[in-house]
Design a protein around this ligand. Structure first.
Ligand code: 13P
Ligand code: SF4
Length: 309
C-alpha cells in the first residue's frame, strides 16, 4: 500500500532529477502506480525516444533499459535493479546466426525479438516485439528469416506469414512456456464462454487453445473491447491491474492459470528499489562497445521505422 508521503517523495525526486519512470505491465502493481508511463515493450521503446527528461528510469528488465540507452545515448538511463535480466535474452548462439547467414546468403534476414542482449541485436538485421513481429517479418524483402531468440513467438510468426521460410532458434520464456495446456483446459471448462487471450511466448499446446494471441497491450485492448464477461488470460499476471482499471464498472472478470505466472526478474523491481534508484542515482545503464552499439541501434531503429508504417 503506497502512502501519500511516499508518493510525494517520488514526485519530488522525479522533479529534482528531471526523471521519468517507465514501467512494463509485468512489474509489481505498486511500481506501475508510481510510474509516469506503463506499457508493453514496443510502446515503451518508442515512447522513450520522445521524452524530454534527462533521466529515464526503466522499471523493467535489462533489455528494455539497454534499448532505451541505445536509442537515446545522451540520456541517463537507470534501472531500479540492474540484476533484473530476461533469461531468454541470452538464448541464442552467434554460431546459429553465422550458420544461417552462410546457408542462405543475401536472401536471409535475422529478426531479433527485443527480448535479447545488445550483442544479439548487433548480429541481427531488424528487431521486433510481440506487438509488431508479424507485420515486420511480412514486410521484409528476404524470403528466409531466422527468428531469434524465442522459438514460440517465431513459430507463431511463421503461422501468420506462411509465404516466408521462418527458421526457428531454441530460446524460450520460462514463464510463458510453463503455462500448461491442462491448466488452460481446466479454465476453459470452468468458464466455457470466456475468450482465451494469450501471449505468443506461450508454448504451442497452450497457444492452440487461445482465441487471440498478442502482446500485453494487445491482450488488454482485446479484453477492453470484448463483449464477454469472463476472460482467460495467458500471460504474466502483472497485466491484471491494467485490465481491472480499464474495465472498471463493466463487471468483467479475468482468470489466470492456477500456477500464477510471475516473472521473477520483473518482480525484482520493488518500490524500495525504485525509490533508492531515484534518491541515490544508482543503476545507471551504460553503452556496449561502439561497434556493438551501432549495429544494435540500427536493428532497433529499423523496428521503429517498420513498426510505425
Ligand atoms: P510485451 O507484450 O511487452 O512484448 O511483453 C513480453 C515480455 O515478455 C516482456 O518481457
Ligand atoms: Fe523474459 Fe519471460 Fe520475464 Fe518477459 S516474462 S522478461 S520474456 S522471462
Amino acid at each position: 500500500m503506497l502512502t501519500d508521503e511516499l508518493r510525494a517523495e517520488v514526485a519530488r525526486l522525479k522533479t529534482e532529477r528531471d526523471a521519468v519512470v517507465l514501467a512494463h505491465y509485468y512489474v509489481p502493481p505498486e511500481v506501475q502506480e508510481l510510474a509516469d508511463h506503463v506499457g508493453d515493450s514496443f510502446a515503451l521503446a518508442r515512447l522513450a525516444t520522445t521524452l524530454p527528461n534527462r533521466t529515464l528510469v526503466f522499471a523493467g528488465v535489462r533489455f528494455m533499459a539497454e534499448s532505451a540507452k541505445l536509442l537515446s545515448p545522451d540520456k541517463t538511463v537507470r534501472m531500479p535493479d540492474p540484476a533484473a535480466d530476461c533469461p531468454m535474452a541470452h538464448m541464442v548462439l552467434r554460431e546459429t546466426v553465422a550458420a544461417a547467414r552462410e546457408r542462405y546468403g543475401d536472401d536471409l534476414a535475422v529478426a531479433c525479438y527485443v527480448n535479447s542482449t545488445a550483442e544479439v541485436k548487433s548480429w541481427s538485421d531488424v528487431c521486433v516485439t510481440s506487438s509488431n513481429a508479424v507485420k515486420i517479418v511480412r514486410a521484409l524483402g528476404e524470403k528466409n528469416v531466422l527468428f531469434v531468440p524465442d522459438r514460440h513467438l517465431g513459430r507463431f510468426v511463421a503461422s501468420q506469414v506462411p509465404e516466408k521460410n521462418v527458421i526457428l532458434n531454441e530460446g524460450f520464456c520460462p514463464i510463458h512456456q510453463d503455462i500448461s495446456a491442462a491448466e488452460v483446459a481446466a479454465l476453459k471448462a470452468a468458464h466455457p464462454d470466456a475468450p482465451v487471450l494469450a501471449h505468443p511466448e506461450c508454448g504451442p499446446q497452450a497457444l492452440a487453445l487461445a482465441d487471440f494471441a498478442g502482446s500485453t497491450s494487445q491482450i488488454i485492448d482485446a479484453a477492453v473491447a470484448g463483449e464477454a464477461r469472463d476472460y482467460i488470460i495467458l500471460t504474466v499476471d502483472g497485466v491484471r491491474g491494467e485490465l481491472e482499471r480499464r474495465c472498471a464498472g463493466t463487471g468483467k472478470r479475468f482468470h489466470f492459470p492456477a500456477t500464477r505466472p510471475v516473472c521473477p526478474d520483473m518482480a525484482r523491481i520493488s518500490v524500495e528499489r525504485l525509490v533508492a534508484c531515484l534518491r541515490e542515482g544508482t543503476g545507471e545503464v551504460g553503452l556496449p562497445p561502439a561497434e556493438v552499439a551501432d549495429a544494435a541501434r540500427r536493428a532497433l531503429s529499423r523496428m521503429l521505422e517498420l513498426g510505425a508504417r
